[in-house]
Design a protein around this ligand. Structure first.
Ligand code: RP5
Length: 163
């Protein structure tokens, strides 16, 4: 099966965060691809990627970026596929700049914005998995299993002093 979910990020320095999205999809067994594409440094590549994404079989795009984080919004401007934005934790402003850049889209061009950093990257993958499971129900069992394991892990260690 070709990739259903595309993970893109503005810089290779975002990989430290975005690897968690890729690892989560790997764990769920959902075909995905990963690429560095910058809204500012490689704008033509971004337009080409977003314009062709649906024709290439992608069903959801996860876009992570930090600072003046235009990647998710500009991607969403060039495709009607669902775009999930992950604000990368920037050094200067701790990711508040990334979060506000991604979340405050004008009406008409939606980006589903997740939390700053690793939790956002993991949840973007889980949300993308839930979206593709509507068309590919074979992945739903993996999501159910993920939730079950998470619950069992918490229930197995109720005393925080013994973790
Ligand atoms: C953004 O600028 C990237 O998404 C990255 O989070 C940030 C810094 O990029 P580098 O200077 O590390 O390449 O475009």
């Amino acid at each position: 099966m070709t990739a259903l979910i595309g993970i893109i990020m503005g810089s290779s320095s975002d990989w430290e965060t975005m690897q968690h999205a890729a690892q989560t999809l790997e764990h769920l067994g959902i075909p995905h691809e990963v690429e560095v594409i910058s809204a500012h440094r490689t704008p033509d590549k971004l337009f080409q990627y977003a314009e062709n994404a649906a024709d290439l079989g992608l069903e959801v795009i996860i876009a992570g970026a930090g600072g003046a984080a235009h990647l998710p919004g500009m991607t969403a401007a060039k495709t009607v596929l669902p775009v999930l934005g992950v604000p990368v934790q920037s050094k200067a402003l701790n990711g508040m700049d990334s979060l506000l850049s991604i979340v405050q889209m004008p009406a008409g061009i939606p980006v589903g914005t997740l939390a700053i950093g690793k939790p956002g990257a993991i949840n973007a993958a889980l949300l993308a998995a839930a979206i593709v499971s509507n068309k590919h129900p074979q992945f739903r069992a993996a999501l159910d299993n993920y939730r079950r394991q998470q619950t069992e892990t918490v229930l197995a260690s109720p005393d925080p002093r013994q973790v």
